[in-house]
Design a protein around this ligand. Structure first.
Ligand code: PMP
Length: 338
């Protein structure tokens, strides 16, 4: 039997990527009842939102001829992207090499290995992400067929969210007779906030679109040298080229300890086993709703689940510090909208 063409083989995976439920989370904060909305992105094929981006970049790659069947895929990532390209790349018969920092959770590396990809680690000492990107360019330079997704600079990354995440969110809110007033998303590459934000703003230019970063660790903090924040997947230490801060609203900042406590609470009170950036995103959405009023419809993303964080502070006791919001939040009810 003849093998199907790569693009149609990729389309064969399409039911595993996207079309995630929208979660309506009812909570009480400082004695007032509110609702916040989050896309359950951990339900994607490999357990994170990055499957949407990997799928779209590969689809564009095949369609435009930049991705040749069987060609090596080489990418730099703090984890979830590596897992996505490893799984989807291997499913379509590509050798996959992932360059990743040595400071992220070891579960990430184990999963990437498990999906059959090769890993090359880089350290802060070597120059962090910028050095990782140069090394990937060098490797790709040695093979004329090598495919570099370049998630930090590739507009097909944000396009994935413009074409899927944004429209899904819009439709699911509409099904509840709601319209979004604001969207908040933590920035790794900026693909989610830019793509979703662009879609929502095209529907209604008044919708606020906020990027989010860990407090004390601006996205362009040089490699977070010395100290590290604990919201893996956000703030990789440089300004990603696809992130246009002038086109969106101001940065929201969330403490990493508060984000961990929030993620723990989502698991412990609502049965939502999500990663640390999801805790940060919910707190960011709450901050924006605080400014806009209790009735404002604010949506965000739960980018991945908690299983990649078993060896991290997400599964340890974390001290409450002054100014944290999570201790004042009581999670009341969860409804999923398909
Ligand atoms: N949360 C997690 C856990 C992630 O891995 C990422 C991607 N690095 C993000 C959020 C941010 O997504 P984006 O790259 O689209 O900005």
């Amino acid at each position: 039997m003849q093998q199907a063409k790569p693009l149609s083989r990729l389309h064969g995976l399409s039911s595993l990527v996207g079309n995630t439920p929208l979660l309506a989370i009812a909570l009480e904060y400082r004695g007032r009842r509110r609702t916040l909305y989050a896309k359950a992105e951990y339900l994607n094929m490999t357990g994170s939102i990055k499957d949407r981006m990997a799928y779209n970049i590969m689809a564009r790659g095949y369609a435009g001829g930049a991705l040749i069947p069987g060609a090596p895929i080489i990418e730099v990532t703090s984890g979830n992207t590596g897992i996505s390209f490893a799984a989807i790349g291997r499913a379509l018969g590509h050798p996959v090499t992932i360059l990743m920092p040595d400071w992220v959770s070891r579960e990430r590396a184990m999963l990437i290995n498990g999906y059959g990809a090769e890993i090359i680690f880089f350290s802060k000492k070597d120059g962090g992400f910028t050095a990782g990107i140069s090394r990937a360019q060098e490797l790709a330079g040695a093979n004329a067929n090598a495919f570099r997704p370049s998630q930090f600079a590739n507009e097909d990354n944000s396009e994935a969210h413009f074409l899927t995440t944004g429209p899904e969110l819009w439709r699911q809110l509409q099904a509840c007779s709601l319209h979004p007033d604001a969207f908040v998303a933590g920035v790794g590459t900026g693909g989610t906030v830019m793509g979703c934000g662009r879609f929502l703003r095209e529907r209604n230019p008044a919708i606020r679109v906020h990027p989010l970063e860990p407090a004390g660790f601006p996205i362009d903090h040089p490699g977070c040298q010395g100290k590290e924040h604990r919201i893996e997947g956000l703030s990789d230490g440089f300004l990603p080229p696809i992130l246009d801060l002038d086109a969106i609203d101001e940065m929201v900042r969330v403490d990493d300890g508060d984000a961990i406590l929030m993620a723990q609470k989502l698991a412990g009170q609502l049965g939502l086993g999500v990663g640390i950036s999801s805790g940060a995103n919910l707190l960011g959405a709450l901050q924006v709703q605080d400014e806009m009023g209790d009735q404002a419809v604010v949506a965000t993303i739960f980018a991945d689940d908690n299983k990649k964080y078993l060896s991290t502070d997400l599964f340890r006791e974390v001290p409450v510090r002054e100014g944290f919001r999570s201790p004042a939040i009581n999670l009341l009810n969860l409804t999923a909208v398909s």
